[in-house]
Every structure is written in structure tokens, then in C-alpha cells.
Design a protein around this ligand. Structure first.
Ligand code: SF4
Length: 349
């Protein structure tokens, strides 16, 4: 399997990017997965089928739809990447087109320069146009407060990578890093008492150490963007190993992961995040979230109907591993009358 994505270039035109861990992981990793898979779901063939799914995935179709494609051109340096990234991850709710529209509108309201916007945010801006902004349940006053918190974090810690590392290097590892990020962004410290957060702001940034029910998707997605160097991620953080990342668990990834036997959890909780990541780490210890983008966009594009459907499941590389087809013979390609009439889903969940 090729590890470079044809036609895609790195941040700042650095050329094709390769992941820190996309080569053959050798007998050790395969033996680890075999040990995990023995006698139960997932199947022993899943690593090879996931590799085939990845190799045949149309990145050129899906990357431009993803919010990260809006962040990449703004990532002229690490600080700009962090600021644009956390705004985009915060807005990543709903249909891809509406996320792109919301991010572009917010970028315009921030003067088309997020870094300058944060530098000016010694207090949350009271600009009426900014505060009138809406995207789903996210409001402009909440994003203005996030700008203020980013200003304070830069002053106190230097940036979001330093804040994350302070928690990551503690006893709770990655969960500790997400916890530090959540506390910092929420402003759970003395300085935050000077400016109270708007209603509903704090729940935007849950911590896995406080709320085991939340998969903390915004934070894990943001950290994936910052750490991984392979397209579509930015790779501007250099101190967090890719092997420590956790899967950004939206509903698309959750349902496909359940069908593949990567988790048995009944809800997309932090425990499910750990379980799916552990299964993927047994396949690829160096870069366990390598398949995240592919699984997520297989769901977003509608290529996976999340139920048994001959037309769309036919070309699926992981069909032999999917619980929905377990024990059922493949009936062959669909007739013209059986072709799906369902419109592709474009919802980030
Ligand atoms: S076989 Fe069908 S339902 Fe199962 S993962 Fe593939 S596309 Fe989705």
C-alpha cells in the first residue's frame, strides 16, 4: 500500500507528506493484532482489508470537503495553525458545506487574520456583527470568548501545544492532555474569573477525566490535525507521538467501528474511544488513527449505508469483516432496479 496520497501536497507546499508510521509494521504488530482478534470479532483479515480501503480511498474527493482543508492554507506557522484549527474544530458540527460556510464567515468577522484577532482579544470583543454570528448552537459570543481564552493561553503558556503537553506528560497521558486543553479553553482558573464565559460555552470543551460519556471529539480531532504529518493533517506539533493519538469519534466512525468489531460499546463514549484506538493500535502501533479520515468520510459520503445494502456494500473493502454481512453469502452485484436511490449523507456527527 502506498503511504503517500497522490496529488496532495504538504503544508506550505512542502511536497507530498508521509506519515510517521505508514510502512509495514512487521511481525510484532501483526502478532499483536492476531492475539487481540483470536476467537472473536474483529477478523484476522481486517488489517489487510483496512489497508485496501485506505489505498483505494478517493482523498482528492473528500479532503476538499473536510473542515481541515480550510485550516491548511491559513497554517503559515504553528500559532496560526493552532488558532485556525481550534476555531474550525469547534465549528465542525453539521453538514460539510455549512461548516465551510460558517468557518469562512467567522474568518471574515475576525478580520481575515485569526492571529491578529486573538492578539487583540485581551477581552472578548463586543463587536455586534461578531456576537450576532450563529452556526447551529454555536454563537458568536462563545467564539469571541474562545478568542479571549486563546489570548490568555498564549500569554500564560505560549500556545496550545505547551498547554496540551503539560497535561500529556502527567500520569493520565493523552487523556490528561485533553483535560489540560479543556480546562485551558474553558478558563477554569483564577484569571477566568475576571471575565465570565457566555452561557453554554464550557460544555463545548469536555474533559475525558470529568465526563466519561463524552468522546471529546472536538479536542481529539484538533490534536490529530496538529500532530499527524500525513494528508490531510498539518503536523505542526512536534512533541506528541502519533502512536499516542486517540480516534476522533463521531457517529460515522462509531458505527463503522462497531460493525467491524473494533468496539462493543453501546454508546460513543470515551471508553469506546480507548477501545477503538487500542484495536487500531494493534494494527498500527506507530499511527493508530491513520484510518480515521477514511472511515469518517466513508460514512459522510454515503459509501457506507450502515445497514446491509447490496449496491453500496458491494465495493466495500471491509465487507468480509462487517458484522452485517457475517455468515451471509454475497448475492452478487445488484440489478439495475436494485441500485440505491439514497442521496449521499454529508453530515458530520
Ligand atoms: S459492508 Fe456495508 S455496512 Fe459494512 S462497513 Fe462496508 S459499506 Fe458499511
Amino acid at each position: 500500500m502506498s503511504s503517500a496520497v497522490p496529488g496532495m501536497s504538504g503544508v506550505n507546499g512542502r511536497g507530498p507528506i508521509r506519515a510517521k508510521g505508514t510502512r509495514d509494521k512487521g511481525k510484532g504488530a501483526r502478532a499483536g493484532f492476531a492475539e487481540m482478534a483470536r476467537g472473536r470479532w474483529p477478523t484476522l483479515e481486517l488489517p489487510a482489508h483496512l489497508a485496501a480501503l485506505y489505498a483505494g480511498f478517493p482523498f482528492d474527493r473528500s479532503v476538499p470537503d473536510d473542515p481541515v482543508s480550510l485550516v491548511r492554507p491559513l497554517a503559515v506557522d504553528r500559532r496560526s495553525a493552532e488558532i485556525a484549527g481550534i476555531f474550525a474544530a469547534t465549528l465542525a458540527i453539521g453538514r460539510a458545506a455549512s461548516i465551510r460556510r460558517a468557518f469562512s464567515t467567522w474568518h471574515g468577522l475576525a478580520g481575515c487574520d485569526f492571529r491578529h484577532f486573538v492578539e487583540r482579544s485581551a477581552r472578548p470583543t463586543s463587536d455586534r456583527a461578531v456576537r450576532a454570528f450563529r452556526h447551529r448552537w454555536i454563537r458568536g459570543d462563545q467564539l469571541a470568548y474562545l478568542g479571549y481564552r486563546l489570548h490568555e493561553i498564549q500569554r500564560e503558556h505560549g500556545g496550545l501545544e505547551e498547554l496540551f503537553r503539560a497535561g500529556f506528560e502527567g500520569p493520565n497521558g493523552f487523556a490528561g492532555g485533553v483535560d489540560a486543553l479543556a480546562h485551558g479553553l474553558r478558563g477554569d482558573d483564577a484569571t477566568a474569573a475576571r471575565v465570565r464565559p457566555p452561557v453554554g460555552y464550557r460544555i463545548l470543551f469536555p474533559s475525558p477525566l470529568e465526563s466519561a460519556r463524552s468522546p471529546c471529539k472536538r479536542e481529539t480531532l484538533f490534536v490529530r490535525w496538529m500532530v499527524r504529518t500525513e494528508v490531510p493533517d498539518l503536523g505542526v506539533w512536534t512533541h506528541i507521538p502519533t502512536g499516542e493519538l486517540r480516534i476522533p469519534l463521531d457517529l460515522h466512525v462509531y458505527w463503522i467501528a462497531r460493525n467491524l468489531g473494533l468496539t462493543h460499546r453501546k454508546t460513543p463514549s470515551w471508553a469506546a474511544v480507548e477501545e477503538i484506538t487500542a484495536a487500531l493500535r494493534a494494527i498500527d502501533p506507530v499511527d493508530p488513527v491513520r484510518f480515521d479520515f477514511v472511515l469518517c468520510h466513508t460514512g459522510i459520503s454515503g459509501d457506507c449505508p450502515k445497514h446491509r445494502e447490496v449496491a453500496r456494500c458491494g465495493p466495500c473493502a471491509v465487507r468480509p469483516d462487517c458484522r452485517l454481512w457475517h455468515g451471509r453469502p454475497w448475492p452478487g452485484p445488484p440489478s439495475a432496479q436494485e441500485q440505491p436511490l439514497v442521496a449521499p449523507q454529508t453530515v458530520h456527527a
